[in-house]
Design a protein around this ligand. Sequence first.
Ligand code: PRP
Length: 207
Amino acid sequence: MDVLVVDHPLAQSRLTAMRDARTDSAAFRAALHELTTMLVYEATRTSAVEHYQIDTPVAPTRGTRLAAPPLLVPVLRAGLGMADSALALLPESSMGFVGLARDEHTFEPRAYMESLPVDLTNLPVLVLDPMLATGGSLEHCCRLLTERGATDITVLCVLAAPAGVERLERSGLPLRLVTAAIDEGLNDKAFIVPGLGDAGDRQFGGM
Ligand code: PRP
């Protein structure tokens, strides 16, 4: 599995704001929006393009656009905070949704919502979830996508734990991972350490 760590200074400064426990929800969401823009920019660097003819006010020239704008799939809840910025950079994209909640004791994901196109053959997919901890949630989500024919999936995270990266690697699914950092590990509640806490709660408040 290809793993890209976006260690650009501007990305790292947004990540630092998100890690800081003093950052309030509004500032946390703002940092996540900006960081997502940078992650999407890096993730699409190698996307296939097509060319077409346009006229500038001065002369004809060759234009460029994405050959296939990806389907965006935010994983609810926390991935919702990445959806707007991703769609702003990829305005021709459409969006699907997967709702997953991690069981507090087993740490396995429970699916409560799924709204995806039936056929994902030949469609690149960008999955949005700030946290890759044990990897259970993203593995589950990516299996739903491959069952529908997806063969080109890029997972966009803010933070990953080594265990999550290994689980996705072992899954054998056709994935690429783009993240702003790979942290030390997980604590006994399967929270990423040092991490940033619970990305859903920090954006939207505790449930
Ligand atoms: C968090 C996070 C990921 C998942 C990561 O979501 O946003 O989806 O946990 O953990 P994993 O890699 O161990 O599966 P959570 O279940 O807390 O739901 P939320 O987004 O609604 O807060």
